[in-house]
Design a binder for this molecule. Structure first.
Ligand code: PEP
Ligand code: MG
Length: 902
């Protein structure tokens, strides 16, 4: 290794060298520790090993060349700064080894504390702690336990069992009752457990401990729970984690020591104030793990006023500096405050909106930045219902409202059972004393999470908030017996499968099914709540941010609706037109018989009679929709789906006919139907006779629809309604198809609307890859394009849209072939490229060509950003997603550097 190479591959940064902008390299924790160091806050000294080192290690299985030397150099500097050597028998320096990825992954990766302790330095540590032997031996047993479990995969229960035994022998249930001798004996037991499982002694060399702990943190990036969490949170799999090596400070040195977590505002509601938990005489992870019940942070004022005041001062400084809600981990060692971590804190969806509004009022951010601080997924969450106000149920317990929402479901006690019942379509509530990272799958499967222990910062609370799941934590009136699968509360026993309702805002727990009520935000969108009149901080913040998004966005937002009621609701939600009115449903229900007659007609008169009967019905459909969308464009798509959808299923019909024939019944009609169904049968109906192909095969079908649309528009105009119809031809792959339909349609429009003010545009869907690739030609015959990204994805990937998601997408997601289903979020590289080509070539051939999207992707946040970037004119989505699309279109239009709303 030459000096040159060492310079090129800098794998280790002192806290004084980094800053908050280096999250990619130093991870969130490392970058923010560096930032706090620069701000002059009391951060214990340390250094960060970069994510680059982690990636190099994970790729090769070896520490990259130069890393060991760089760690040695930084360790030497740390030792010098602290005036102590790692593991020195007389006066040891101890360090913590902590993971820290770019995006927070609470509890998913590993941490090892007290590295540097061994049989000799434990004595030195006791001397350092003024002869506190109990503390020194307790620290040593924690190291063996954490190191054993994390680094050497020793089953954690063995250690837990041993400490429980020690407590039992003492007649106590509290760790604090174990004295120095008990803990020394426990260390011996722990060492035996360690060597039994690993075949070696617990390593006494401090540097070996450090190296092994660093490797274990690197490896934990690929631990199963971390992989699941990343998939759920859409965090890329290739980022790697940084590792922070930090001089230990101790919160467990006695009653004047402690550890805690603080938020600069309430992460649940966004309300201003001081929120957090404090635990005296405890070490780091005890608070987050929810193992012991904490006291509210305000209590610290009584316990240690100078430290409390100092903390408040740092909280205010951090919030001004980061211009956002910060969360903080701190430790007090013998009265002195140390800042162990800060970051821009996770928050609920409601808090995100409220805080963004407050920060604008406080002059810390502008509205552009506020728009970046919220996102469509959060808005969607706020549109979920809540419990009815006057439901009359009495709570049986009240815990902490850790993650809002109203969840009702059957009680389950294990993650596996949650997954199993949810797989059968049941709503479940996962009930645990406290959760740990192994419960992740169960948490994902559940409607809500209920625990009897832990505060707002417990694992359950943090993870649930991140997932947007309802969670009540620390409901300590619940006596939860997991092995017996029952809860005892208020003299009642609740067993697995019984229904409970939990309110993640108030923390209340109810037995039975509490009725739910719609969200305030939906009421506001519906126009039922006037933001000027309400004193609700949330509705006001949503109103303000949505209004700003509307002012900023370039994309129009339309809706996919095919009834007047849906159209009217979408309009209240802010839709500016209909981007897709699917006419298929208008052929179902009691009209099915007419359609059957149409399909089965052998002669023109029969067919024409069926079409003539359908015409007035269709006209009435369109009048209703034009009326609801008065003055706004309505894109009506001519009928698309395969014909077999209107006919009885082949197998069933064949059986019925055979049985009837057997019985000697008159089945002439059924036989004719069966013959027709056989004739129509297709192996791949999605690629068969549908869309424009159908219109070209069944004479008069499209013509009837065009006539109904135009007549409806003329009729509306006569009634003073401004109808703006756009006729859209589905599944076009060649310009000739469109030209043929267009020629016939233009004649009908001229005949029906000639002389009136009605103007009818004719355009096409772009949903067959060939259409995208010949968009220049197609644009000659189209006044608009609307991208049907559902079919474009189906045909571009060759994925049958009705089959593949259930069949094998899970495996593709597991393998990372894609991070999310391409039916949910547009595949920008492939299908998106088709969209881009078609948009560019279409506009080149016909400047001013109107471009929109009406596939499901129109309401997907990431896809909206893509469509903005490609330069479409509008997105169209289902009514409920209209507000989300408005918000995301506004966000897409506002480019703010350096903000990350994840
Ligand atoms: C599409 O294919 O994206 C589309 C909107 O049409 P449908 O979903 O009705 O096939
Ligand atoms: Mg389609």
């Amino acid at each position: 290794m030459t000096a040159q190479e060492t310079v090129e591959h800098k794998y280790v940064y002192d806290f004084a060298e980094g800053n908050r902008d280096l999250k990619d390299l130093l991870g969130g924790k490392g970058a923010n520790l560096a930032e706090m160091t620069h701000l002059g806050l009391p951060v214990p000294p340390g250094f960060t090993i970069t994510t680059e080192a982690c990636k190099a290690y994970l790729a090769s299985g070896e520490q990259p060349a130069g890393l060991a030397d760089q760690i040695a150099a930084h360790l030497a500097a740390l030792e010098q700064g602290m005036g102590r050597r790692l593991g020195d028998p007389d006066d040891p320096l101890l360090v913590s080894v902590r993971s820290g990825a770019k995006f927070s992954m609470p509890g998913m990766m590993e941490t090892v504390l007290n590295v540097g302790l061994n049989d000799r330095s434990v004595v030195g540590l006791a001397a350092q702690a003024n002869g506190n032997h109990r503390f020194a031996w307790d620290s040593y047993r924690r190291l063996i336990q954490m190191f054993g479990k994390t680094v050497c995969e020793v089953p954690g229960e063995e250690f837990e069992h041993a400490i429980d035994e020690a407590k039992r022998a003492k007649g106590s249930t509290d760790d604090l009752d174990l004295d120095a001798d008990d803990l020394r004996a426990l260390v011996d037991t722990y060492k035996k457990i360690f060597s039994k499982h690993t075949g070696r002694e617990f390593p006494q060399d401090p540097r070996e401990q450090l190296d092994l702990a660093i490797r274990a943190v690197f490896d934990s990036w690929n631990a199963e729970r971390a992989v699941i969490y990343r998939r759920q949170e859409r965090i890329p799999a290739d980022l790697g984690t940084a590792v922070n090596v930090v001089a230990m400070v101790f919160g467990n040195l006695g009653p004047d020591s402690g550890t805690g977590v603080a938020f600069t505002r309430d992460p649940a509601s966004g309300a201003q104030g001081i929120y957090g938990d404090y635990l005296a005489n405890a070490q780091g992870e005890d608070v987050v793990a929810g193992i012991r019940n904490t006291v509210p942070l305000q209590e610290l004022e009584r316990i240690n006023k100078p430290a409390y005041d100092e903390l408040l001062d740092y909280m205010a400084r951090l919030e001004r500096h980061y211009k956002d809600l910060c969360d903080i981990e701190f430790t007090i060692e013998r009265g002195k405050l140390w800042m162990l971590q800060t970051r821009v804190g996770k928050r609920t969806a409601a808090a995100a909106f409220v805080i963004a509004g407050q920060l604008v009022d406080e002059g810390l951010i502008d509205l552009d930045e506020a728009l970046h601080r919220v996102n469509g997924a959060q808005l969607a969450q706020l549109m979920f219902p809540r419990f009815q106000l006057d439901h009359g149920f009495e709570p049986v317990a009240t815990g902490i409202g850790a993650s809002p929402g109203a969840a009702v479901g059957k009680v389950v006690f294990t993650s596996a059972r949650a997954v199993e019942l949810a797989g059968q379509g049941e709503d479940v509530i996962l009930v645990r004393r406290e959760t740990n990272p192994d419960d992740l799958n169960g948490m994902i499967a559940s409607k809500g999470i209920l625990t009897s222990r832990g505060g707002k910062t417990s694992h359950a609370a943090v993870v649930a908030r991140g997932m947007g799941k309802t969670c009540v934590s620390g409901a300590d009136a619940l006596d939860i017996d997991v092995p017996k699968r029952r809860i005892t509360v208020a003299g009642r026993t609740v067993t697995e499968g019984e229904v409970v309702s939990i309110d993640g805002t108030t923390g209340k727990v109810y037995l039975g099914q509490v009725p739910v009520t719609p969200s305030e935000v939906v009421q506001y969108f519906e126009g039922e709540l006037d933001p000027e009149a309400t004193d609700g901080a949330l509705v006001q913040a949503v109103h303000r941010i949505m209004s700003y998004a509307d002012a900023r966005r370039r994309l129009a937002v339309r809706t996919n609706a095919d009834t007047g009621a849906d159209a009217a609701r979408a309009r209240r939600f802010g839709a500016e037109g209909i981007g897709l009115c699917r006419t298929e449903h208008m052929f179902l229900g009691d009209r099915r018989e007419l359609v059957e007659r149409l399909i089965l007609a052998r002669e023109a008169p029969e067919r024409e009679a069926a079409l003539a009967a359908l015409l007035p019905l269709q006209r009435a459909d369109f009048v209703e929709i034009f009326r609801a969308m008065d003055g706004q464009p309505v894109t009506v798509r001519l009928i698309d789906p395969p014909l077999h959808e209107f006919l009885p299923p082949l197998e069933q019909l064949a059986v019925d006919v055979a049985v009837a024939q057997e019985r000697g019944e008159d089945v002439a009609k059924e036989e004719a139907l069966l013959a027709a169904v056989r004739r129509m049968h297709e192996e791949n109906p999605m690629l068969g006779l549908r869309g424009v192909r159908l219109g070209l095969v069944i004479p008069g079908l499209f013509a009837m629809q065009v006539r109904a649309i135009t007549e409806a528009a003329v009729e509306c105009t006569r009634q003073g309604i401004n109808a703006c119809p756009e006729i859209m031809v589905p599944l076009v792959g060649a310009v000739q198809e469109l030209e043929t339909v267009r020629a016939e349609a233009e004649k009908i429009i001229a005949e029906v609307a000639g002389g009136s003010d009605v103007e009818v545009l004719i355009g096409t869907m772009i949903e067959v890859p060939r259409a995208a690739l010949t968009a220049g030609q197609i644009a000659e015959a189209a006044e608009f394009f609307s991208f049907g990204t559902n079919d474009l994805t189906q045909m571009g990937w060759g994925f049958s849209r009705d089959d593949v998601e259930g069949a094998f997408f899970w495996r593709y997601l597991e393998l990372g072939i894609f991070g999310i289903s391409p039916f949910e979020s547009i595949d920008a590289d492939g299908i998106g490229r088709l969209v881009r080509i078609a948009a560019e070539e279409g506009r080149a051939a016909r400047p001013g060509l109107k471009l929109g999207v009406c596939g499901e992707h129109g309401g997907d946040p990431d896809s909206v950003h893509f469509f903005h970037a490609v330069g479409l004119d509008y997105v169209s989505c289902s009514p409920f997603r209209v507000p989300v699309a408005r918000l995301e279109a506004g966000r897409a239009a506002v480019v703010t550097a350096g903000s990350d709303s994840r």
